[in-house]
Design a protein around this ligand. Structure first.
Ligand code: HEC
Ligand code: HEC
Length: 378
């Protein structure tokens, strides 16, 4: 019966190509209702180790205008995995943000609606409740080039982006209102059945903020002064912090391995993608990008804003010998005299650095049921 009804709707709406026109339900083979536990799973952030609470580089926020609730994040989980959020029903947030890859894409650049190729590599969604703050304004910034100033704003950008979901947010609210089971989920999350763009964004952001990773081997080692690392990992940690060679930790700083100041790392000698420069319009910002978190880095390849490196070995070969003399190259990556640094890591040193980076993988996070696809597999 359900199948027949969906087919009838599909026929009725097939001619409805206008993106702004309200639609009853998606004119495509939409997924069935999600399977959710009778008692909502727990999404409220608790039990965060003190190292992560006292991070000097980024701060944990749970803003009063959109605090995480279990019902709100549950709705966010459903929305995150629902292909109805894209114009033609082929793409969900999870299409480009896979849980097993720490919510990145395994493709160099992602495909959106109609197979449209984006320009940048998908970013990890992990510990995003900790926001890097740009000096001196102190405002949170998202995306590789810092162009989004809030997560709620970023969600709507993804939904509207023609390379991603190509969906007008107002039409989306109308489309979801016509799905039998959605209004009840909005009622549980927000107290009434109304479905609005604002509520869609807020629920997804609650889900994103609840994606907290604190159970990597690095986290447990940090609590005991790193005595549980193997000799190879310990050597990698020493190299990672070695100012005389190349101080990785000067940029990938603190327990999240990130930083609030975007930099140019000399991927190319001349600008290929202006990055922050295109946002500010300033030539001195050309080729500068956010310093990404290295949490779960072993599973988030390909690497860099354009996904140019397939493996961590390639990333380390780059830092070892191939940093390019871009005029905006960061000071930490220059030798005395201004030329690019050449730490010339040996193969053993590269192996040690990679072993250390692998301690950042949080397997419990990558398989956590709370963040998994709630729609039944066909
Ligand atoms: C077609 C692929 C695609 C889809 C669909 C998509 N994303 Fe993304 N996402 C990306 C790419 C690529 C980036 C990096 C873009 C950039 O920096 O220019 C990104 C960046 C992000 C970031 C920024 C992380 C940070 O640290 O700044 C968040 C959060 C995010 N996406 C969430 C979402 C949500 C929520 C949805 C669904 C509403 C979604 N994405 C849909 C590809 C996608
Ligand atoms: C001057 C600051 C700086 C230093 C020092 C630095 N990095 Fe980075 N790192 C960045 C930035 C910025 C990016 C993203 C660049 C881009 O995509 O254009 C990055 C990207 C990466 C990535 C890829 C991340 C991803 O999600 O794609 C890895 C892995 C990495 N760095 C590891 C290291 C290691 C290991 C060292 C030391 C050998 C190091 N970095 C030193 C700033 C730095």
């Amino acid at each position: 019966m359900r199948v027949l009804l969906a087919a009838a709707l599909g026929v009725a709406l097939a001619g409805c190509a206008d993106m702004s026109a309200p639609v009853a339900d998606a004119p495509f083979d939409a997924p069935d209702a999600p399977e959710l536990p009778a008692t909502p799973l727990s999404y409220v952030i608790t039990g965060v180790p003190s190292a992560l609470l006292n991070d000097p580089v980024v701060r944990l926020i749970d803003p009063p205008d959109n605090p995480i609730t279990n019902a709100g994040a549950t709705l966010g989980r459903v929305l995150f995995y629902d292909r109805r959020l894209s114009r033609d029903g082929t793409v969900s947030c999870a299409s480009c943000h896979h849980q097993s890859a720490s919510f990145t894409d395994t493709a160099r650049v992602s495909r959106g609606v109609g197979g449209a190729l984006g320009e940048r590599n998908s970013m990890s969604i992990v510990n995003i409740a900790w926001v890097p703050t740009l000096q001196p304004a102190g405002q949170p910034r998202f995306l590789w080039d810092t162009r989004a100033t809030s997560l709620e704003h970023q969600v709507l950008m993804a939904i509207e982006n023609p390379h991603e979901m190509a969906m007008a947010p107002d039409s989306l609210a109308a489309r979801l209102s016509a799905v039998a089971w959605y209004p009840a989920l909005f009622e549980q999350a927000f107290g009434s059945r109304a479905i609005t763009t604002d509520r869609i964004a807020k629920a997804i952001v609650q889900f994103e903020r609840s994606m907290v990773s604190t159970r990597s081997r690095h986290d447990s080692a940090q609590a005991v002064s790193f005595t549980t690392l193997t000799p190879l990992e310990t050597e990698g940690r020493r190299l990672f912090n070695d100012g005389s060679r190349l101080n990785c930790a000067s940029c990938h700083a603190g327990p999240q391995f990130q930083n609030s100041v975007p930099v140019n790392i000399g991927l190319d000698a001349t600008t290929t993608d202006r990055g922050v420069g295109a946002v500010t319009g300033l030539p001195q910002d050309d080729g500068r990008f956010r310093v990404p978190k290295l949490r779960n880095i072993a599973v988030t390849g390909p690497y860099m804003h354009d996904g140019r490196f397939a493996t961590l070995e390639q990333v380390l070969q780059f830092y070892s010998q191939r940093i390019q003399p871009h005029p905006n190259l960061a000071a930490q990556l220059r030798a005395p005299g201004g030329l690019p640094r050449r730490p010339n890591y040996t193969p053993e040193e590269i192996a040690a650095l990679i072993a250390y980076l692998r301690t950042l993988t949080d397997h419990a996070f990558l398989t956590d049921e709370r963040f998994s696809d709630p729609f039944r597999r066909r």
